[in-house]
Write a protein that binds this ligand. Structure first.
Ligand code: ADP
Ligand code: MG
Length: 466
């Protein structure tokens, strides 16, 4: 028998994992925290009301069967929702949502997986109310996408940004941004029909519609929307029939002045398994990319997240996090959540020590980054220059200076010989490295601004523990 809620939930999770896609699992199950197991009730904590509703709406059958097999038929789930209104005056709070007597408020037993057109194509798909422009941090990495999105949100179907195609790697804010557009339109004008759908869901609906002979209803539904937001269109790759119907819907909507907004994990030209004529239409409007967040944006995102959770953490921890997690925003959020969770678990205030421990336990390859690569990365970020330029032949004054500083720190913080340091800087010889170190030492003595930069950089490098 299961003794604690963690084990019980982990057992459920491994079953769930077998039954949902990676993305579904990461989005809807990974963030769930088990918090209690008592008297046949397993309580799980979810991040928002929306989250709870989504689970109930989409995964109720799966959850029931997993609970049945892993815990027993007389067990039920209870949700605890952490409400996050997203600013300092609205502190998060927790409410318990008891289920109905069967343990679920979803479909009744015996009811087939929804085949009424209402279930399938209804307007009941909700936008996530937490995804707004207000809490979408703007930075160089996303400025164009954000402002195009904002323009579209103010005048859907009227600007020349139709379709609006946003692309970029995982966790960079595509879904957040397109849902923010949807929310903004819905809030500005209750009359407009805004429909958000993932391409995966669209494809599944279409498949069901074929199976059940109701393609008419399917197209009919989509042809009526004023704003169609379709997420992750790379999922259409290789699915010719789905592309055909989407092509048809796209043309119709475009002609009738409805707004189409799409996201993709790649630029349209790199979507190989898509029909040429579809891709060419994607380029009719505006295509904008979202890039990896720069340091300032990362700082702003951490600040914003902490503020939303009503948590105050020291600046050096914020800087440490921003320096250490630079891949994407989802990962950054994951680290922040773990850190907050850790601190409440060990009942310790968040400090640098705890941040390092937390990061080490989740980022496995942290050590591989340390060393000369990390020094080069840190220095180039600090001076806002591409890391490649540290290694190439550029003789521009500020590049030379950054390069010399990176060499200086490489000598100080690694055990590499002068020769191999030179090698890592585009195959320069050891006398260049000696000259660099000499120059930096001289400037530290004579130029106070320069010395300040060196000190700041040293602080950042030390935070990483190298
Ligand atoms: P994608 O769809 O590109 O994979 P998401 O939109 O799901 O990425 O973003 C991942 C997480 O990061 C979400 O929780 C989102 O709210 C957050 N996020 C992304 N970009 C920003 C931003 N610019 N400001 C604030 N939060 C962001
Ligand atoms: Mg997404």
């Amino acid at each position: 028998m299961h003794t604690d809620h963690n084990t019980a939930w982990n057992n459920c999770l491994s079953k769930i994992k077998e039954n949902v896609g990676d993305q579904g699992f990461e989005t809807w199950f990974r963030p769930i925290k088990p918090i209690n197991l008592e008297k046949n009730v397993l309580t799980i904590q979810v991040p928002s009301q929306f989250f709870y509703e989504y689970l109930e709406e989409h995964y109720v059958t799966l959850l029931r069967s997993v609970i049945d097999t892993q815990l027993g038929k007389d067990f039920r789930l209870e949700y605890s929702v952490v409400m996050d209104k997203g600013d300092a005056t609205n502190q998060p709070y927790t409410i318990n949502l008891p289920n109905n007597s069967s343990g679920y408020s979803g479909k009744k037993p015996g009811q087939k997986k929804g085949m009424s057109s209402m279930d399938l194509f209804g307007y009941d798909v909700k936008l996530n109310p937490a995804y707004l422009f207000e809490n979408f941090i703007e930075g160089d990495c996303n400025r164009l996408a954000r402002s195009a999105g904002y323009a579209v949100a103010q005048r859907p179907g009227v600007t020349s940004f139709n379709p609006l195609m946003l692309y970029g790697g995982v966790g960079l804010g595509k879904t957040h941004l397109v849902q923010a557009i949807g929310n903004e339109i819905a809030n500005n004008s209750g009359k407009k029909v805004v429909h958000y759908v993932s391409s995966e869901k669209f494809a599944n609906q279409f498949f069901d519609a074929i199976k059940n002979n109701c393609i008419q209803e399917f197209s009919g539904f989509y042809l009526k929307v004023d704003v169609l937001i379709i997420d992750d269109v790379q999922f259409f790759e290789g699915k010719e029939k789905t592309q055909e119907i989407f092509f048809h819907i796209f043309n119709h909507l475009h002609q009738s002045g409805s707004q189409i907004i799409m996201t993709s994990d790649r630029a349209p030209k790199d979507l190989v398994g898509l029909m040429e004529r579809l891709v060419s239409r994607f380029k009719w409007g505006l295509t904008a990319d979202l890039q990896q967040p720069d340091y300032e944006t990362r700082i702003a995102i951490i600040n914003r997240k902490m503020q939303a959770d009503g948590i105050i953490i020291p600046d050096n921890v914020i800087e440490y996090l921003a320096y250490s997690v630079d891949t994407n925003i989802r990962e950054l959020e994951g680290v922040i959540i773990s850190l907050i969770a850790n601190s409440s678990l060990v009942k310790k205030k968040i400090d640098l020590e705890l941040a390092k421990q937390t990061l080490q336990s989740i980022v496995h390859d942290i050590d591989s980054e340390v060393g000369i690569d990390y020094i080069q990365k840190t220095v180039s970020e600090f001076f806002k220059i591409p890391v490649d330029q540290l290694k190439d032949k550029t003789r521009k004054k500020e590049i030379v200076m950054a390069r010399q500083m990176a060499m200086y720190f490489s000598k100080e913080y690694t055990s590499l010989s002068l020769k191999s340091i030179g090698y890592h800087f585009g195959g320069r010889d050891h006398s260049t490295v000696i000259h660099a170190i000499q120059t930096v030492n001289d400037l530290i003595d004579t130029d106070t601004n320069f010395k300040k930069s060196v000190d700041e950089l040293r602080k950042k490098l030390k935070m990483k523990g190298i």
